[in-house]
Each structure stands twice: as C-alpha cells, then as structure tokens.
Design a protein around this ligand. Structure first.
Ligand code: R5P
Length: 295
C-alpha cells in the first residue's frame, strides 16, 4: 500500500519542471546512463574538457624516459589530472586502488618498438576492464597501414564489448611511418573512428584542426606527442582547445618536463581555465621554484 496522503507533509513541486537530462558531450546524447556517467568522470561537466595523463608508453617501448618508476612519477600529479591513461599491469602493480581518478585503460597491444607497431590486437578482456573499474578503453587505429582492417576490428570488438558493459572506447589515431600527418588524413581517421562506434577520438593537433573537429561527431582529445619546449607544448594545447578540442591526453610533455607538477598545472590552466600559453608558463615556472614539488 502507498503511504497515506498527508498533504501538509508532502511536496510534489508540481510547478518545478523535471531535470533537463540533455548531455554536455558531443555525440553522447543517446548513450546509456552508465556510459554517460563514466564520460562525466573523464570530462569535467563544467568545462566539457579533460586533461588525461598518459603513462601507457611502456606497453610497446618498455621503461620510457621519465616513467622508469611509475610508482614515483604518477602519485604527485594525481590531484591535478582528470584521468589516468595506463595499462592494466601498471595499474595493478603501482597505482594505489584508493586513487579515485578515472582510469582510461590501454586495451590494445602486441608488438614492441622493435617490430611493426601496427600489428596490434585487443589486449584486455571486457570482464577485466569491469573488474578494474575502467572508465574508458583506449585502442589504436592504424588507418592507411596494411593492418588498418585488423586495427578497426580491434576497435569494433571493444566498442561492442564496451556497449555491453557501459564503458566508452577512445579510438587513438596512430600515424603509420609513411602517412602524411595533415588535416585530410586526420579527418578521414577521426571520422572513421566515430562512424565505427568510438565514443571519443584521440588525434594529433595539426593545421586545419577545426575542420577535423567539425567533421567528427564525437569529442576529440589531442595527443601530446614528442617532448617539446614547455611553451611550445602549452601553445599546442591552447591552439587545440581554441580549435575545438575536448581536452588533451598528454604524456611526454608532462613526465619528461623538468617540472612535471608545474607542467600539469599549466596544462590544466590552459584546458580548463582559458589561460594563455604565456600565463600558463608562469604557473609552470612559479611552481618550479617551490620546494619539494619538483622531481
Ligand atoms: C601512444 O600511443 C601512447 O598511447 C600515448 O599514450 C600517447 O602517445 C600520448 O602520450 P604522448 O603525449 O607522450 O604522445
């Protein structure tokens, strides 16, 4: 039996409209609640953007410079990042499970840097991703390579599994050795990733980036790429955000900086705070001289 109506004690707020359940991320309106919730952990709802910290490089190149000891490199930066991108091995072995930042789990791999890097397969089963409480899965797409179909198969397998579990997939646009890294190529790759089901795309920044964003129906986060001078890296992030990127997924430009803690704060200031590269560089420089926070 429903409880008795005691009009004086109940308030049904009849004149207040129900909440608008629209969703803040591009292309995500039709996704299920769990997937939207996971995306909302990665992307800040108030800015619609994310700063992911990528430390998954060891899955093909071993102990990368700056990541020789992930147990030492990652914890100081955790309070500042929006999401941590890593492999399941590093997660279990070195990241405290009390960490509450969302995990973007590297879910493809196979060849080492000594072999053909395009020969990847799915490297994580969906049940383990669920067990690890992953908020997203990341998989490489090698469009234009001989193994592009194989890499797309990896993507679609993970998308199918991810939809079952409510875990979104980030398609990482990788560039083959002979591919020209221009907007025409990236438009093709990003659009393919979205059409084939990825909920987010990760792509490099290039001239004409706004056309890549416009023709891709899901959010694009920008990869950091090789280590640059700090100001150049901040300018790249700034231009990417100005051109419509939904954030960055940055690794070497943070963990190979002489001041990773200052650099992550500077990147956050650009992505979420609208700081100019010069303003953000002051954050990087300022924290460089604060005792106890540099490597
Ligand atoms: C490359 O595929 C790796 O997954 C890295 O996560 C990615 O390249 C981002 O790292 P970085 O900013 O060092 O390029």
């Amino acid at each position: 039996m429903p409880e008795e109506d005691a009009a004086s004690e109940k308030n049904f707020y009849e004149s207040t409209p129900p909440p608008d359940m629209g969703f803040f991320l591009k292309g995500a309106g039709s996704l299920d609640w769990g997937m939207k919730n996971r995306l909302s952990r990665i992307f800040r709802p108030e800015t619609g953007k994310t700063v992911m910290f990528a430390v998954d490089h060891g899955y093909f190149q071993g102990p990368t410079t700056g990541l020789e000891r992930i147990d030492l490199a990652v914890p100081p930066l955790l309070p500042h990042i929006d999401a941590l991108m890593c492999t399941r091995g590093i997660l279990r072995a070195t990241v405290p499970p009390s960490m509450t930042k969302p995990v973007v789990l590297r879910a493809s791999g196979g060849p080492s840097v000594l072999q053909d890097l395009t020969d990847e397969r799915v490297s994580v089963g969906i049940s383990d991703a669920v067990r690890l409480n992953a908020s997203a899965l990341a998989v490489q797409m090698f469009i234009g390579s001989e193994r592009e179909t194989q890499s797309i198969r990896n993507l679609t397998t993970l998308v199918d599994d991810g939809l079952q579990a409510g875990i979104p997939v980030i398609a990482v646009v990788a560039v083959g050795r002979d591919m020209v890294r221009d907007a025409r190529y990236y438009r093709l790759a990003c659009r393919m990733g979205a059409e084939l089901g990825a909920q987010v795309i990760k792509c490099y920044y290039t001239q004409g980036f706004s056309s890549i964003v416009a023709s891709c129906p899901v959010p694009i986060v920008v990869a950091g790429g090789q280590k640059l001078d700090e100001l150049d890296a901040l300018e790249m992030a700034y231009r990417a955000i100005s051109d419509g990127a939904a954030g960055v997924d940055m690794g070497r430009n943070i963990f190979q900086s002489d001041n990773p803690l200052g650099m992550i704060q500077a990147v956050v200031a650009v992505v979420h705070g609208g700081f100019t590269p010069a303003e953000a560089l002051d954050i990087y420089r300022g924290s460089k001289h604060t005792a106890g926070i540099t490597r």
